[in-house]
Structures are given as C-alpha cells and as structure tokens.
Design a protein. Structure first.
Length: 214
C-alpha cells in the first residue's frame, strides 16, 4: 500500500503491518482514501477531527447556498413620473439584493395597439438600472402584457456581503454621530457650569458701594 502522512507528505509504499504500527505510534487512524489505486492509498489522520471539519464545511456551504429568486414588478405603459420613480426604486432594491426582476407592462384597452410605449418604457428602465443589472430576457409580448427579465450583476452571496457591509457602515456612522452629539452636550454643560460658577464668585453690590467718595 502507498502511505500518505498526516500533513500530506508521501511516506512511500509500505506493508500494512508497518502502516498500522506508524498509526498507533502517532495516535492516528489509518484511513483508505483511494481503494481503486494500484497499490491502494491510505493516509494517517485523526478521523474524528476530519469528520467534524467536513461537517462544518458542509454546513457553511449550505448556509452560503442561495436559491434564485425572481421578483416581479408591474407597470402601466402610461405610468406617471412619481409612480415610475417608486417602481424603479423597488427594482433597484431587488437587484442590489442579488435577485432577478421580472418587469411586466400591462396593456389595457386601446393601449394594446401601442406596444412601442411598453417597449420604450422597458428600455428606459433597463438603462436607469444598468449599473446594478442587465437585460437577461429581452422584451417580448405575452398576450396583453409585455415582459422583460433583469438579472443582477452580483450574485446573491456577493450582494449579501455588500448589504451587510452597508449596514455596518451605517451603524458606525450613527454611533459616530451619537458620540459627537454626546460630546457637544457635555461641552455645553461644562460651559454652563463655568458661567454659573463665575457668576456666583462676583461680589454683590452693597450700600457702601453706592456712597459718594466725597
């Protein structure tokens, strides 16, 4: 059998009796890692520790694994500017979080004869959010609706890191502002105390102070 040491070093081809003896002397386990190799490959390791670390990595991988989420935003072809900015804000938030966004333009009545209105609106929206997302599925007619899918530039896991970093930054800024406010209030209180102390040390005027020296 070919034996590999606990740190990955090549021990060489040894008899199984010698490998078992080395494992016992090092207080390690002898684990077969490549049974189909010729000769088979075994490694000296702490098998209990290996299983624990493998389980930890598996849990970490599951925690970081993210499912693709598609959000949906519906607009009318003749949407007013205020509503457009509100809807665009939602799309920005979704893309920033690493989610895909399905944009649906809903045509009603005579609007169905003007598909170019929806197409121009989708183009405008795609350009407005181009820093955060890209057109994954170009605009297409679907019955009385027109649909476009935007994909985020960043993966969900990367977006999550950025969101956490933004939260930490905002928290630090709030704490700095609160500290500055507390320091300012303390300075004002000290100044007030100093003024009051200075006022109390002034000698009050008595009757003798008002007499004419002549």
């Amino acid at each position: 059998m070919r034996l590999v040491g606990p740190n990955g070093e090549q021990v060489g081809i040894v008899r199984i009796e010698d490998a078992l003896r080395l494992a016992q002397e090092a207080d390690l386990d002898l684990v077969e890692v490549a049974a189909t190799a010729r000769p088979p490959v075994c490694k000296l390791m702490d098998f209990g520790k290996y299983k624990y670390e493998t389980a930890q990595k598996a849990r970490e991988s599951r925690r970081n694994q993210t499912n693709t989420v598609i959000k949906e935003m519906k607009l009318r072809p003749k949407i007013d500017p205020h509503d457009y900015e509100t809807k665009k804000g939602h799309v920005v938030r979704f893309l920033r979080a690493g989610d895909k966004v399905k944009i649906t333009i809903m045509f009603r009545g005579r609007e169905q004869s003007r598909p170019e209105l929806g197409f121009r609106l989708l183009q405008r929206l795609a350009e407005d959010v181009s820093e955060l997302g890209f057109v994954e599925s170009s605009p297409r007619q679907d019955g009385r609706n027109m649909i476009m899918v935007l994909g985020p530039h960043k993966k969900k896991s990367e977006a999550r890191v950025d969101v956490e970093a933004d939260k930490a930054k905002r928290k630090a800024e709030r704490e700095a502002e609160e500290q500055a406010e507390r320091a300012e209030r303390a300075e004002q209180a000290q100044a007030h105390e100093a003024e009051r102390a200075a006022g109390s040390t002034k000698k009050p005027k008595g009757p003798a102070d008002n007499l004419d020296p002549e």
